[in-house]
Design a binder for this molecule. Sequence first.
Ligand code: ARG
Length: 576
Amino acid sequence: MNLRRELESRIHDALVAAGAPADSPALIVPSARPQFGDYQANGVMSAAKRMKINPRELAGKTQQFLKLDDLARKVEIAGPGFLNIHLRDEWVAAQVAGLQDDPRLGVAAASEPQKVVVDYSAPNLAKEMHVGHLRSTIIGDAMARVLGFLGHNVIRQNHVGDWGTQFGMLIAYMESSSSDASAPIGDLEDFYRQAKKKFDEDAAFADLARAYVVRLQGGDKDVLAKWKVFLEKSLAHCQAVYDRLGALLTEADIRGESAYNADLPVVVEDLGKQGLLKESQGALCVFLPEFVGKDGAPLPLIVRKSDEGFLYATTDLAAIRYRVKSLDAKRILYVVDARQSLHFRQVFAVARKAGFAGDDVSLEHVAFGTMMGEDGKPFKTRTGGTVKLMDLLDEAQRKAYDLVTDKNPELDEELRRRIARAVGVGAVKYADLSQNRTSDYVFSWEKMLSLDGNTAPYMQYAYARIRSIFRKGLDQAGGQSGGVKITLESPAERSLCLKILQLPETLEVAAGESLPNMLCAYLYELAGAFMSFYENCPVLQSPEPLRSSRLSLCRITAEILKTSLGLLGIEVVEQM
Ligand code: ARG
């Protein structure tokens, strides 16, 4: 059950019964301190303001109409008109007991599943994937997993940059540098750099490259075949990164810029038919009144250049149309760098204006900040180059290996390597996901690999520690997995139970606002609640039936950690 939503609906009903307008939300939030109860309703004050009556009076009336006896032992009016809700211990215990054989851990599947497109990763295939694509891949993948778990129909779209003038240069270089064009390109980054160097230094080569661009864009079969060879190599590299990261993306999710080529003139024509186009210095543009530059001059969205070439924006308009009309998406998430926010605001506005996306479709730029180095500048290698993802992940794994070896030297080598993989990749992902995505974040090995704090190793360790209780406890009684009555004896036990019940409402917010950090924050609180429970409440040493009840809490906590880390794309390990 989604506890917060249940309270929201019951208090809302009471508010309305007490005379508040039908659209008055109860505004339920978890209470900041135990003396204020478990949850508080903040909506009475604003409803009273709209009704022009005294909030405490409305609170009193709401209380009279409120039907909450099954859940709450007490609802108090506090301050100017807050309602503090104290849940019943028996109710909390019974709810938690009900999770013992619920694989969904209380999380209901969406009553109205949505078709959601998640556009993420989307590297430019001319170059190697770098840290700039790391955030998109990690955040997008977590969103795809969370939405899928909630029962939505998720369609992943990897809008790779596979078209444009660089490809002419790369094909020309591929031709000239190797007698066998199918030989693998060892290092895409080097390959690009060398091609660029040759392009800048060698006029004949530059001409050849330009000729290839023209032929490529003209649909020349021979050049297209060569382009495909290059793409396959580049995509294989991306796939290797995805596999290594444990991202869900596969070849089937790729629908690159080139897929929209044929549709671009049609998009422009459609815009023209609707009278949305204006010529400016030979280029075709859409001007919308809500977009003006700093100087107050109207800001165009250019859809066709003066040389008749199409642009990034044109492709995005075509992609929206495809996603809405062909994929039937009702929600489209663009997990893309915040620096592209103007681009998306313009593209969304034009798509709406042109009728490519109706009011029933939500278009959302899931923007994220820049990954910074500890020096406060955008993350680079020591020599100032771009950091390759594979190198980064190798380093993460090496450092995690040292950490595990340090902590648990007696584990065998092979096992330590396996743990290091989960912890290393997990640390990189969690460090990213645990930050509010909208801000820049500082990439720090030391912080992300710390065993205390809101980190992957801390969560993975918490999980492993709970699992070790079972290795000790399972041979004796109390190992059953369902039907145990839950007893709330100590306050730490009660706090843990309340946290356990908050997974559904957490996922609802994380999914609705595309904020995976909400799930991380929740896990951190859950792990904290577990640690204090574990310090205060003996588990294996307790007499029955307390022992079984406590073992059950351990098991449910472990399941939530495992499932939630899984939703973040992070593996757990049984030992650490
Ligand atoms: N390839 C682009 C880049 O690397 C990101 C594409 C994002 N998706 C989109 N539909 N524009 O910046």
